[in-house]
Design a protein around this ligand. Structure first.
Ligand SMILES: *Cc1c(COP(=O)(O)O)cnc(C)c1O
Length: 338
Protein backbone atom coordinates (compact mmCIF):
# COMPACT_ATOMS: atom_id res chain seq x y z
CA UNK A 1 0.00 0.00 0.00
CA UNK A 2 1.30 3.45 -0.86
CA UNK A 3 0.94 6.35 1.53
CA UNK A 4 0.62 9.01 -1.15
CA UNK A 5 -1.02 9.35 -4.52
CA UNK A 6 1.47 7.76 -6.92
CA UNK A 7 3.50 9.97 -9.23
CA UNK A 8 3.58 8.17 -12.56
CA UNK A 9 6.87 8.33 -14.48
CA UNK A 10 6.35 5.00 -16.29
CA UNK A 11 5.79 6.65 -19.67
CA UNK A 12 4.52 9.74 -21.44
CA UNK A 13 1.79 7.43 -22.79
CA UNK A 14 -0.02 7.64 -19.42
CA UNK A 15 -1.03 11.25 -20.15
CA UNK A 16 -4.78 11.82 -19.94
CA UNK A 17 -6.79 13.92 -22.36
CA UNK A 18 -7.63 17.10 -20.45
CA UNK A 19 -10.81 19.16 -20.50
CA UNK A 20 -9.83 21.25 -23.55
CA UNK A 21 -8.92 18.15 -25.53
CA UNK A 22 -12.15 16.35 -24.59
CA UNK A 23 -14.16 19.41 -25.60
CA UNK A 24 -12.43 19.53 -28.98
CA UNK A 25 -13.15 15.82 -29.44
CA UNK A 26 -16.84 16.21 -28.63
CA UNK A 27 -17.19 19.17 -31.00
CA UNK A 28 -15.33 17.54 -33.93
CA UNK A 29 -16.90 17.53 -37.36
CA UNK A 30 -16.91 13.91 -38.56
CA UNK A 31 -17.70 11.67 -41.54
CA UNK A 32 -16.86 8.13 -42.64
CA UNK A 33 -13.09 8.16 -43.13
CA UNK A 34 -13.02 4.68 -44.66
CA UNK A 35 -15.49 5.57 -47.42
CA UNK A 36 -14.42 9.07 -48.42
CA UNK A 37 -12.39 10.72 -45.67
CA UNK A 38 -13.33 12.46 -42.44
CA UNK A 39 -12.90 16.28 -42.50
CA UNK A 40 -11.13 16.50 -39.14
CA UNK A 41 -8.84 13.60 -40.04
CA UNK A 42 -8.03 15.42 -43.28
CA UNK A 43 -7.21 18.60 -41.36
CA UNK A 44 -4.91 16.76 -38.99
CA UNK A 45 -3.17 14.84 -41.77
CA UNK A 46 -2.57 18.02 -43.79
CA UNK A 47 -1.33 20.01 -40.84
CA UNK A 48 1.04 17.22 -39.82
CA UNK A 49 2.36 16.96 -43.39
CA UNK A 50 3.23 20.68 -43.29
CA UNK A 51 4.94 20.34 -39.93
CA UNK A 52 6.93 17.30 -41.04
CA UNK A 53 7.85 18.61 -44.48
CA UNK A 54 6.33 15.66 -46.36
CA UNK A 55 3.73 15.56 -49.15
CA UNK A 56 1.08 13.76 -47.08
CA UNK A 57 0.43 11.85 -43.87
CA UNK A 58 -2.05 9.21 -42.76
CA UNK A 59 -3.51 8.85 -39.27
CA UNK A 60 -2.98 5.39 -37.78
CA UNK A 61 -4.12 3.98 -34.43
CA UNK A 62 -0.60 3.39 -33.11
CA UNK A 63 3.04 4.08 -33.77
CA UNK A 64 3.65 0.37 -34.17
CA UNK A 65 1.11 0.25 -37.00
CA UNK A 66 2.70 3.31 -38.60
CA UNK A 67 6.13 1.68 -38.56
CA UNK A 68 4.71 -1.62 -39.80
CA UNK A 69 2.93 0.08 -42.70
CA UNK A 70 6.13 1.88 -43.73
CA UNK A 71 8.23 -1.28 -43.51
CA UNK A 72 5.63 -3.27 -45.44
CA UNK A 73 5.60 -0.65 -48.18
CA UNK A 74 9.41 -0.58 -48.40
CA UNK A 75 10.40 -4.24 -48.02
CA UNK A 76 9.99 -7.24 -50.24
CA UNK A 77 10.04 -10.58 -48.45
CA UNK A 78 13.55 -11.51 -47.46
CA UNK A 79 14.95 -7.99 -47.86
CA UNK A 80 17.29 -7.05 -45.07
CA UNK A 81 16.87 -3.75 -43.23
CA UNK A 82 19.26 -1.92 -40.93
CA UNK A 83 18.37 -0.23 -37.65
CA UNK A 84 20.31 1.00 -34.63
CA UNK A 85 20.69 -1.55 -31.85
CA UNK A 86 17.65 -1.70 -29.50
CA UNK A 87 15.49 0.25 -31.97
CA UNK A 88 11.76 0.04 -31.36
CA UNK A 89 11.25 -1.71 -34.73
CA UNK A 90 13.76 -4.38 -33.66
CA UNK A 91 12.94 -5.02 -30.02
CA UNK A 92 9.52 -3.63 -29.19
CA UNK A 93 7.17 -4.55 -32.03
CA UNK A 94 6.92 -8.28 -31.39
CA UNK A 95 8.81 -9.22 -34.53
CA UNK A 96 6.21 -7.77 -36.91
CA UNK A 97 8.97 -6.30 -39.09
CA UNK A 98 9.82 -9.91 -39.92
CA UNK A 99 6.49 -11.68 -39.39
CA UNK A 100 4.27 -9.27 -41.32
CA UNK A 101 6.58 -6.95 -43.29
CA UNK A 102 8.85 -9.84 -44.32
CA UNK A 103 12.09 -8.04 -43.43
CA UNK A 104 15.31 -9.57 -42.17
CA UNK A 105 16.48 -7.28 -39.35
CA UNK A 106 20.09 -6.29 -38.86
CA UNK A 107 21.12 -4.23 -35.82
CA UNK A 108 23.86 -1.62 -36.17
CA UNK A 109 26.05 -0.59 -33.25
CA UNK A 110 25.78 2.96 -32.02
CA UNK A 111 28.38 5.55 -32.96
CA UNK A 112 26.56 8.19 -30.90
CA UNK A 113 23.70 7.47 -28.49
CA UNK A 114 20.99 5.65 -30.45
CA UNK A 115 22.48 6.31 -33.87
CA UNK A 116 24.68 4.24 -36.15
CA UNK A 117 27.92 5.22 -37.87
CA UNK A 118 27.37 6.32 -41.50
CA UNK A 119 30.38 4.18 -42.52
CA UNK A 120 28.67 1.11 -41.02
CA UNK A 121 25.56 1.93 -43.03
CA UNK A 122 27.66 1.99 -46.20
CA UNK A 123 29.50 -1.20 -45.28
CA UNK A 124 26.37 -3.14 -44.34
CA UNK A 125 24.33 -1.93 -47.31
CA UNK A 126 26.74 -3.88 -49.48
CA UNK A 127 27.05 -3.60 -53.21
CA UNK A 128 25.05 -5.09 -56.05
CA UNK A 129 26.12 -8.68 -56.56
CA UNK A 130 25.02 -11.76 -58.47
CA UNK A 131 21.42 -12.92 -58.28
CA UNK A 132 22.05 -14.94 -55.09
CA UNK A 133 23.18 -11.85 -53.14
CA UNK A 134 21.24 -10.88 -50.01
CA UNK A 135 19.37 -7.63 -50.67
CA UNK A 136 19.60 -4.81 -48.11
CA UNK A 137 17.11 -2.10 -49.00
CA UNK A 138 16.17 0.03 -46.01
CA UNK A 139 17.66 2.00 -43.11
CA UNK A 140 15.38 2.69 -40.13
CA UNK A 141 16.40 5.58 -37.89
CA UNK A 142 14.91 6.51 -34.53
CA UNK A 143 14.81 10.12 -33.24
CA UNK A 144 14.61 10.47 -30.30
CA UNK A 145 16.01 7.02 -29.59
CA UNK A 146 13.86 5.53 -26.86
CA UNK A 147 16.03 2.91 -25.21
CA UNK A 148 19.18 5.04 -25.47
CA UNK A 149 17.32 7.40 -23.11
CA UNK A 150 15.38 9.76 -25.36
CA UNK A 151 18.56 10.83 -27.14
CA UNK A 152 18.54 13.30 -30.00
CA UNK A 153 20.10 12.98 -33.44
CA UNK A 154 20.89 16.54 -34.63
CA UNK A 155 20.29 17.60 -38.27
CA UNK A 156 23.96 17.34 -39.33
CA UNK A 157 24.31 13.75 -38.05
CA UNK A 158 20.93 12.91 -39.57
CA UNK A 159 22.09 14.27 -42.93
CA UNK A 160 25.25 12.12 -42.88
CA UNK A 161 23.20 8.99 -42.18
CA UNK A 162 20.67 9.77 -44.90
CA UNK A 163 23.50 10.46 -47.37
CA UNK A 164 25.15 7.14 -46.51
CA UNK A 165 21.85 5.33 -47.05
CA UNK A 166 21.04 7.09 -50.32
CA UNK A 167 24.56 6.60 -51.73
CA UNK A 168 24.11 2.90 -51.03
CA UNK A 169 20.68 2.70 -52.65
CA UNK A 170 18.78 2.30 -49.36
CA UNK A 171 15.47 3.89 -48.55
CA UNK A 172 15.12 5.56 -45.17
CA UNK A 173 12.28 5.27 -42.65
CA UNK A 174 12.38 7.48 -39.58
CA UNK A 175 10.69 6.24 -36.42
CA UNK A 176 9.92 9.65 -34.96
CA UNK A 177 7.58 8.55 -32.18
CA UNK A 178 9.18 11.38 -30.15
CA UNK A 179 10.40 13.52 -33.04
CA UNK A 180 8.58 16.47 -31.43
CA UNK A 181 10.79 16.14 -28.37
CA UNK A 182 13.91 16.08 -30.53
CA UNK A 183 12.81 19.21 -32.40
CA UNK A 184 12.05 21.11 -29.19
CA UNK A 185 15.32 20.02 -27.56
CA UNK A 186 17.31 21.19 -30.60
CA UNK A 187 15.22 24.31 -31.19
CA UNK A 188 14.56 23.37 -34.82
CA UNK A 189 11.29 22.78 -36.71
CA UNK A 190 10.29 19.07 -36.94
CA UNK A 191 10.78 19.24 -40.73
CA UNK A 192 14.50 19.92 -40.16
CA UNK A 193 14.77 16.37 -38.80
CA UNK A 194 13.01 14.58 -41.66
CA UNK A 195 15.18 15.91 -44.51
CA UNK A 196 15.81 13.18 -47.07
CA UNK A 197 13.73 10.44 -45.46
CA UNK A 198 11.25 8.45 -47.54
CA UNK A 199 8.81 7.92 -44.69
CA UNK A 200 8.34 9.08 -41.10
CA UNK A 201 6.15 8.00 -38.19
CA UNK A 202 5.22 10.33 -35.32
CA UNK A 203 3.13 9.70 -32.19
CA UNK A 204 0.31 11.89 -30.92
CA UNK A 205 -0.37 9.71 -27.88
CA UNK A 206 2.87 10.31 -25.98
CA UNK A 207 4.07 13.73 -24.85
CA UNK A 208 1.40 15.50 -26.89
CA UNK A 209 -1.25 13.89 -24.72
CA UNK A 210 -3.77 12.51 -27.25
CA UNK A 211 -5.50 9.31 -26.07
CA UNK A 212 -4.71 7.49 -29.32
CA UNK A 213 -3.04 7.99 -32.67
CA UNK A 214 0.07 8.35 -34.74
CA UNK A 215 0.75 9.60 -38.25
CA UNK A 216 2.81 8.01 -40.98
CA UNK A 217 3.95 10.28 -43.80
CA UNK A 218 5.85 10.43 -47.05
CA UNK A 219 5.02 10.95 -50.71
CA UNK A 220 1.42 11.04 -51.93
CA UNK A 221 2.01 7.68 -53.62
CA UNK A 222 3.28 6.19 -50.36
CA UNK A 223 0.28 7.50 -48.43
CA UNK A 224 -2.13 6.01 -51.00
CA UNK A 225 -0.47 2.64 -50.48
CA UNK A 226 -0.39 3.21 -46.71
CA UNK A 227 -4.16 3.75 -46.72
CA UNK A 228 -4.63 0.31 -48.33
CA UNK A 229 -2.23 -1.31 -45.88
CA UNK A 230 -3.97 0.35 -42.93
CA UNK A 231 -7.28 -1.11 -44.11
CA UNK A 232 -5.71 -4.57 -44.48
CA UNK A 233 -4.42 -4.37 -40.91
CA UNK A 234 -7.85 -3.42 -39.59
CA UNK A 235 -6.79 0.14 -38.84
CA UNK A 236 -9.37 2.03 -40.89
CA UNK A 237 -11.66 3.97 -38.55
CA UNK A 238 -14.98 5.46 -39.50
CA UNK A 239 -15.82 8.74 -37.69
CA UNK A 240 -12.15 9.19 -36.81
CA UNK A 241 -12.49 12.95 -36.48
CA UNK A 242 -13.26 12.44 -32.78
CA UNK A 243 -9.72 11.07 -32.44
CA UNK A 244 -8.11 13.43 -34.94
CA UNK A 245 -9.47 16.41 -32.96
CA UNK A 246 -7.38 15.25 -29.99
CA UNK A 247 -4.35 15.05 -32.28
CA UNK A 248 -4.91 18.61 -33.50
CA UNK A 249 -4.96 19.88 -29.92
CA UNK A 250 -1.77 17.87 -29.35
CA UNK A 251 -0.02 19.56 -32.28
CA UNK A 252 -0.77 22.95 -30.66
CA UNK A 253 1.17 21.79 -27.62
CA UNK A 254 4.53 20.85 -29.12
CA UNK A 255 6.26 23.79 -27.42
CA UNK A 256 4.99 22.60 -24.02
CA UNK A 257 7.43 19.68 -24.28
CA UNK A 258 10.18 22.09 -23.17
CA UNK A 259 8.64 21.95 -19.67
CA UNK A 260 8.89 18.13 -19.68
CA UNK A 261 12.55 18.43 -20.63
CA UNK A 262 13.23 20.94 -17.84
CA UNK A 263 11.47 18.64 -15.38
CA UNK A 264 13.58 15.70 -16.55
CA UNK A 265 16.79 17.71 -16.03
CA UNK A 266 15.66 18.78 -12.55
CA UNK A 267 14.72 15.22 -11.66
CA UNK A 268 18.04 13.80 -12.91
CA UNK A 269 19.97 16.45 -10.99
CA UNK A 270 17.98 15.71 -7.84
CA UNK A 271 18.64 11.98 -8.16
CA UNK A 272 22.34 12.59 -8.76
CA UNK A 273 22.43 14.78 -5.62
CA UNK A 274 20.97 11.80 -3.75
CA UNK A 275 23.81 9.63 -5.03
CA UNK A 276 22.05 7.92 -7.92
CA UNK A 277 23.94 7.11 -11.12
CA UNK A 278 21.95 8.93 -13.80
CA UNK A 279 22.57 9.93 -17.38
CA UNK A 280 22.06 13.61 -18.25
CA UNK A 281 18.70 13.67 -20.06
CA UNK A 282 18.53 15.21 -23.53
CA UNK A 283 14.71 15.21 -23.59
CA UNK A 284 12.07 13.73 -21.26
CA UNK A 285 13.69 10.39 -20.35
CA UNK A 286 15.85 9.82 -17.29
CA UNK A 287 17.78 6.53 -17.12
CA UNK A 288 19.32 5.47 -13.82
CA UNK A 289 21.70 2.56 -13.29
CA UNK A 290 20.93 0.54 -10.15
CA UNK A 291 22.37 -2.67 -8.70
CA UNK A 292 19.05 -4.53 -8.75
CA UNK A 293 16.36 -3.28 -11.11
CA UNK A 294 13.41 -5.23 -9.67
CA UNK A 295 14.26 -4.34 -6.07
CA UNK A 296 14.51 -0.66 -6.96
CA UNK A 297 11.27 -0.60 -8.98
CA UNK A 298 9.42 -2.26 -6.08
CA UNK A 299 10.93 0.11 -3.51
CA UNK A 300 9.96 3.10 -5.66
CA UNK A 301 6.43 1.76 -6.02
CA UNK A 302 6.11 1.55 -2.24
CA UNK A 303 7.15 5.20 -2.05
CA UNK A 304 4.48 6.13 -4.59
CA UNK A 305 6.92 6.76 -7.45
CA UNK A 306 6.15 4.68 -10.53
CA UNK A 307 8.94 3.96 -13.01
CA UNK A 308 9.68 1.21 -15.51
CA UNK A 309 12.55 -0.93 -16.76
CA UNK A 310 14.48 0.04 -19.89
CA UNK A 311 17.65 -1.57 -21.20
CA UNK A 312 18.55 -2.87 -17.73
CA UNK A 313 18.09 0.52 -16.09
CA UNK A 314 15.29 2.38 -14.33
CA UNK A 315 13.46 4.64 -16.75
CA UNK A 316 11.61 7.73 -15.55
CA UNK A 317 9.68 9.65 -18.20
CA UNK A 318 8.42 13.17 -17.59
CA UNK A 319 5.21 14.32 -19.27
CA UNK A 320 2.45 16.90 -19.11
CA UNK A 321 0.68 15.16 -16.20
CA UNK A 322 3.66 15.53 -13.85
CA UNK A 323 4.71 19.08 -13.04
CA UNK A 324 7.70 20.61 -11.25
CA UNK A 325 5.97 20.14 -7.86
CA UNK A 326 5.47 16.44 -8.58
CA UNK A 327 9.16 16.15 -9.45
CA UNK A 328 10.10 17.84 -6.17
CA UNK A 329 7.69 15.58 -4.26
CA UNK A 330 9.09 12.46 -5.94
CA UNK A 331 12.64 13.52 -5.01
CA UNK A 332 11.46 14.18 -1.45
CA UNK A 333 9.95 10.68 -1.21
CA UNK A 334 13.08 9.06 -2.63
CA UNK A 335 15.33 11.22 -0.43
CA UNK A 336 13.40 10.19 2.67
CA UNK A 337 14.81 6.66 2.38
CA UNK A 338 18.19 7.32 0.77
C1 LIG B 1 6.09 4.32 -28.52
C2 LIG B 1 7.00 4.10 -29.65
C3 LIG B 1 6.55 3.52 -30.84
C4 LIG B 1 5.19 2.86 -31.02
O1 LIG B 1 4.10 3.52 -30.58
P1 LIG B 1 2.77 2.73 -30.11
O2 LIG B 1 1.76 3.77 -30.33
O3 LIG B 1 3.01 2.40 -28.66
O4 LIG B 1 2.60 1.54 -30.95
C5 LIG B 1 7.44 3.40 -31.89
N1 LIG B 1 8.69 3.83 -31.78
C6 LIG B 1 9.17 4.40 -30.65
C7 LIG B 1 10.58 4.87 -30.61
C8 LIG B 1 8.34 4.53 -29.54
O5 LIG B 1 8.83 5.08 -28.44
Amino acid sequence: MTLHAPIDFRSDTVTQPDEAMRLAMSAAEVADDVIDRDPTMRLLEERAADLLGVDATLWVPSGSMGNLIALTAHLRRGDRFLAPRSAHVLDHELGTAAWLAGGLPHALDWAGPGRPDPDDVRAEAGADGPYYTLRTTLLCLENTHNSAGGTVTPPDEHALLVAAAKDSGLRVHLDGARLWNAAVALGVPPAALTVGVDTVQVCLSKGLGAPVGSLVGGTTTFVEEARRLRKMLGGGVRQGGVLAAAGLVGLDRIDDLAADHANARAFAKGLADLGWVVAEPQTNVVLAAVPDLEVTLTALRHLGVLAGPMAGRVRFVTHRDVDADDVAEALHRIGSVS
